[in-house]
Write a protein that binds this ligand. Structure first.
Ligand code: ZN
Length: 263
């Protein structure tokens, strides 16, 4: 059964998977997962550093051992040079393959915007670049699963939904918010269990993934369009973004294609 598998990233987060076997693994992991997920959300000791000009130090921390990036934006509302983008992209790298890729500049701006809005001393990255999530925004460097310590996921999502040209998914059982950049906003809630390996389409069919705030999505895009915002920012390696891909409305969790306890 695919559902018996434990998502690789989950196993990694807990460092538990190789210690137990079978159904026991899943039960223990889920209980431990809850505790871990609550630690992600605990208000950090790190307080926001905001200068007199309103610029806030952007601190992005990986929960997967990929380090922390600390970069100062060029303006109060963002702006990152190539060196800053490279630092941030490393923290958003793929733990499984040990690789990273230049992340979309607008995705980085969106995450900073969220941090700035909540005056968050740091944002935790649960997952970013995932080359094996074929066809997903994660594989394209346009998506991240994040936690803002001290801020409920629903509040993070509510703000993110206002930005326009974004995908925002809330995962109440997994305990993070997915954000991506795309040409037409789509918002959803996915109540699947953490690391569940149900295939995307069947998950949609069975109602794990539920679209929310459709009208708000259109309104946010209209505002963003009027403000001249470009949906995609490209990367340090691409002067212009590649042509828009399909609007993939599901998150594509790390679960897909994962192996039990794989590393
Ligand atoms: Zn995601």
């Amino acid at each position: 059964m695919r559902t018996g598998r434990t998502a690789t990233w989950l196993a990694s987060a807990l460092l538990l998977a190789t210690s137990f076997a079978g159904a026991q693994t899943r039960r223990i992991s889920l209980s431990a997962y809850r505790a871990t997920e609550q630690r992600w959300h605990a208000p950090g000791a790190t307080t926001a550093q905001i200068g007199p000009d309103g610029r806030m130090l952007f601190r992005l921390t990986s929960i997967n051992g990929l380090g922390t990036a600390e970069v100062m934006p060029e303006r109060q509302d963002g702006g990152f040079d190539d060196a800053a983008c490279a630092q941030l992209s490393r923290v958003l790298g793929d733990r499984r393959s040990g690789t990273h890729a230049p992340m979309d500049r607008r995705l980085l701006e969106v995450i900073y915007s969220i941090a700035r809005h909540f005056e968050a001393g740091q944002v935790r990255v649960v997952s970013g670049y995932r080359p094996e999530s074929h066809g997903s925004n994660h594989s394209l460097g346009r998506a991240a699963d994040i936690v803002v310590p001290g801020v409920p996921d629903e509040e993070v999502a509510a703000y993110a939904r206002s930005l326009g040209f974004v995908g925002v998914g809330v995962y109440p059982r997994s305990g993070f918010v997915h954000v991506d950049v795309r040409t037409r906003s789509f918002f959803w809630v996915d109540r699947s269990a953490p690391g569940r390996t149900t295939r995307r389409r069947s998950r949609r069919r069975h109602g794990g993934l539920q679209e929310v705030f459709g009208t708000q999505a259109q309104q946010a895009d209209a505002r963003a369009r009027a403000a001249g915002i470009s949906p995609l920012g490209g990367t340090a390696n691409t002067a212009a973004p590649t042509s828009p891909t399909e609007d993939d409305e599901s998150d594509d969790e790390a679960a897909e294609g994962s192996t039990p306890g794989g590393g």
